[in-house]
Design a protein around this ligand. Structure first.
Ligand code: G
Ligand code: G
Ligand code: NA
Ligand code: MN
Length: 254
């Protein structure tokens, strides 16, 4: 498969880049941190979205090396901003199924923290609900190990998978990320509004915070504010930004 060879070459040639999407505190409307999202920058400058290569990276096992690169790069970027005195922000990194089940993951996380020098509580890892619930008992064990390092943990795309509430209670997580499919029509679809309201109440009852994904309009932001959603992310505030633009976003604010 040519694409597999292309992926290997991309890694050795440094063709992957991270873009950073702001996370905004709902009540404060302040920048809290960023989510790192990988892109493949072709030699002609065009960007390939992760949906087009992460599945193959996952199948071939290349995700191990690509994911470790993303983790280290995200931590180093945050450390550079910290060294410049640019506020006390957090950085979120996405984890695939295979990364989560790699026994070397906790050591990789500790390595990335040690090399960059960022405090553990400034790093967050996002695991999708469907990955977390594939083998929930095992997920509890792995996440406990990661939590012991002191990092934050989020369940991504919450509401699209099938969460066992019994296991949700056992997972040592800090945050649920409400999938953007529920946010899109929050003002017009009573079912979506009810799902958002109920998820936020459930999360708060369990001592978790909530990030709403895919916030694209001021009306959605106001609605989520009314539901006491803690954090928002989406094109209304900013698209994922290249590093230089993310740095400018920190400095110029929202
Ligand atoms: O940025 P975009 O919306 O195209 O991202 C699509 C998907 O790719 C998201 O589900 C996101 O979690 C995943 N993704 C982005 N960056 C990374 C990464 O560094 N590692 C892994 N495992 N997944 C990523
Ligand atoms: O699966 P995950 O939640 O990690 O994927 C995040 C993806 O969602 C990224 O690829 C990002 O580009 C995309 N995204 C972020 N904000 C918005 C938004 O407001 N609207 C839409 N349609 N996509 C968004
Ligand atoms: Na994510
Ligand atoms: Mn998500």
């Amino acid at each position: 498969l040519r694409m597999e060879a292309d992926l290997r070459r991309a890694l050795t040639n440094g063709e992957f880049v991270l873009h950073y999407q702001p996370k905004i505190g709902t009540a404060s409307r302040r920048l809290l941190g960023f989510e790192a999202l990988i892109r493949w920058q072709q030699r002609d400058g065009s960007l390939v979205a992760p949906a087009r290569f992460i599945p193959l990276a996952e199948e071939t096992g290349l995700i191990g090396a690509i994911g470790e690169w993303a983790l280290n790069t995200a931590c180093q970027t945050l450390q550079r901003w910290r060294a410049e005195g640019l506020r006390n922000l957090s950085m979120s990194v996405n984890l695939s199924a295979r990364q989560l089940r790699n026994p070397a993951l906790p050591a990789q996380v500790q390595g990335a923290l040690a090399r960059s020098g960022i405090p553990p509580e400034r790093l967050e890892m996002e695991i999708t609900e469907s990955v977390a619930m594939e083998d929930p008992a095992r997920t509890v064990e792995i996440l406990r190990e990661l939590k012991a390092i002191g990092i934050g943990l989020s369940i991504d795309d919450f509401g699209t998978g099938y969460s066992s509430l019994a296991y949700l209670k056992l997972l040592p997580i800090d945050c649920l990320k409400l999938d953007r499919t529920f946010v899109t029509d929050i003002e017009t679809d009573p079912n979506d509004a009810a799902i958002c309201a109920a998820t936020i109440r459930l999360a708060h009852t369990l001592g978790l915070s909530v990030v709403a994904e895919g916030v694209e309009t001021v009306e959605q932001a106001r609605y989520l504010d009314g539901l006491a959603c803690d954090v928002m992310q989406g094109y209304y505030f900013s698209r994922p930004l290249p590093e230089a633009a993310a740095r400018a976003f920190i400095i110029n604010g929202v």
